[in-house]
Design a protein around this ligand. Structure first.
Ligand code: GLU
Length: 508
């Protein structure tokens, strides 16, 4: 019987989740759903020095906002818990011991000062110090000390680490589901620390042990972990788990908008786009990083744009709902090369999802923004305004940008437009039009327009002469939707008042 697919998203709570991390979560989620499997959230917090308060909550909230709700994990429960590695601490030691007993790991007693010294010495020779098969026999460890000395070191309470004993000059070949067969030679790999005398495992040991114990079938993670794959494969072998080890898939990097280099927070700051799903306040510095949610992106737009960073359905389709993504997703269609992020395209996706929403749905989102400005408006009016301006908007906040004049009278008038269009005689003509408007009894777009047109034709005045001035009076600029729609929606009294006010202020 095929094993049930089980995948995990395993972030370290070292700060806010980068959008690349959310994409990793998304691809894991899609893979799990596609294959009727489980999607887990495991928090990898073994490095207590890098622990950032609030990061874990941030990760969970981000996943929820995106609709990537784990089946098991921190905050979600499940039969393989605990899912926070710091709470699993006691489990790891036995595996480190097992590796030592099998000759696959050793104790190392070199102090931080000693290693620092070696690093500096190498640097002076333009070299890089590495604790590996070439140097290990000249260092202070259980390979070079006698059994008695080792015992003494451990018993004296001096801090030590347990390192993996990388096999010498061996090719390790493993299939990556995205990259195909990948071979690493161990001669270039160092003896990574697996366990520390404070009782904490490092990432590598904890990750492999947990993936095994949690019965993970596929490890889908970022490209930056590709270089760890040979060590992980060797650990599975050394622990006797080679036959049940998961398959690996390393996702391509997300590149800067220029296509050169990895997308970073700095790019976002410089070019004005978020790289994090939610707003993040650094608990130490108080620095704020913008988030997609707070910038007004819909989660479905964010998910859609992330899905296409390194994956495509093999055709031109660009808009995908979560269900369509699940249906179409496959690791075969994930590319190897980096995926360029385009912030303009991100907005384009949001625009699409905004246009998909009904005016009523948008009104629910827009009314609180109006309320914040102290504007109380009837839902019907808000819905009408949205119907009129929606196609000019990418974000809910744009509704205000595009429709504010429906709710508040302009406080100033575009100078350039006045100069160009408010000529001698304009004020008089507008004064006459005010009277015409006052006489309209059925205040509806069509009847206002009809009465106005009849009047203009009668007077033989050119429409071009008065349309921009009226618009200036109502909107403040020469932009906006159909003039008579504006008149109808703001009402007769307000229309008349605004035109009268403009005449009084601008009068040439
Ligand atoms: N804790 C690692 C991270 O922060 C997980 C890498 C993996 O998925 O193996 O990305």
């Amino acid at each position: 019987m095929e094993k049930k697919v089980r995948v995990r998203f395993a972030p370290s709570p070292t700060g806010p989740l980068h959008m690349g991390g959310v994409r990793t979560a998304l691809f894991n989620y899609l893979f799990a759903r596609k294959h009727g499997g489980d999607f887990l959230l495991r928090i990898e917090d073994t490095d207590q020095n890098r622990y950032v308060p609030g990061a874990e909550e941030y990760i969970i909230e981000s996943l929820k906002w995106c609709g990537l709700v784990p089946d098991e994990g921190v905050g979600f429960g499940g039969p393989f818990g605990p899912y926070r590695q710091s709470e699993r601490k006691a489990m790891y030691k036995q595996y480190a011991d097992h590796l030592i007993a099998g000759g696959n790991a050793y104790y190392a007693f070199d102090t931080a000062e000693e290693l620092d010294h070696l690093r500096k010495e190498a640097e002076e020779k333009q070299q890089v110090f590495s604790y590996d098969q070439h140097t290990r026999l000249s260092l202070k460890n259980s390979l070079t000390l006698s059994a008695e000395e080792v015992k003494q070191q451990i018993e004296s309470g001096n801090s030590y680490v347990i390192r993996f004993k990388m096999p010498e000059n061996t090719d390790v070949t493993e299939v990556d589901l995205i990259r195909g067969s990948v071979t690493f030679n161990t001669a270039q790999l160092d003896d990574k620390v697996l366990f520390k005398s404070d009782g904490m495992p490092t990432y590598h040991l904890a990750n492999v042990v947990d993936d095994h114990l949690m019965q993970i079938t596929h490890v889908i993670r970022g490209e930056e972990w590709l270089s760890s794959m040979p060590l992980h494969v060797l650990l599975y072998r050394a622990l006797g788990w080679a036959d049940t080890r998961p398959q690996f898939a390393h996702l391509p990097l997300i590149l800067k908008p220029t296509g050169k280099g990895k997308l970073s927070k700095r790019d976002g700051d410089k070019m004005g786009f978020p790289v994090f799903p939610l707003l993040w306040t650094d608990p130490e510095t108080g620095d704020i990083s913008r988030g997609y949610r707070e910038d007004g992106y819909f989660p479905e737009a964010f998910i859609n744009l992330l899905a296409l960073l390194g994956w495509n359905a093999g055709n031109d389709q660009e808009f995908f709902s979560m269900d369509e993504l699940i249906e179409n997703f496959s690791l075969d269609r994930v590319v190897k090369s980096g995926a360029r992020f385009d912030p303009e395209k991100a907005k384009w996706f949001n625009r699409h999802y905004l246009q998909q929403k009904t005016a009523n749905e948008l009104a629910t989102l827009f009314m609180p923004l109006l309320a914040k400005r102290g504007i109380e408006a009837a839902t019907e009016k808000v819905v009408r305004v949205i119907e009129l301006v929606k196609d000019r908007c990418e974000f809910v906040a744009d509704l205000w940008e595009q429709g504010n004049y429906f709710f508040v009278a302009p406080e100033s008038y575009d100078e350039k437009a006045i100069e160009k269009k408010w000529k001698e005689g304009t004020s008089e003509k507008l004064q006459a039009i005010v009277e015409v408007f006052k006489s309209v009894s059925d205040w509806q777009t069509t009847s206002i327009k009809e009465t106005f047109s009849n009047f203009m034709n009668e007077k033989e005045w050119s429409f071009g002469m008065v349309m921009v001035p009226i618009r200036l009076a109502l909107v403040g600029t020469s932009t906006g939707v159909d003039l008579f729609d504006i008149c109808e929606l703001i009402g007769k009294n307000e229309t008349v008042a605004r035109i009268q006010k403009a005449i009084d202020i601008i009068r040439v």
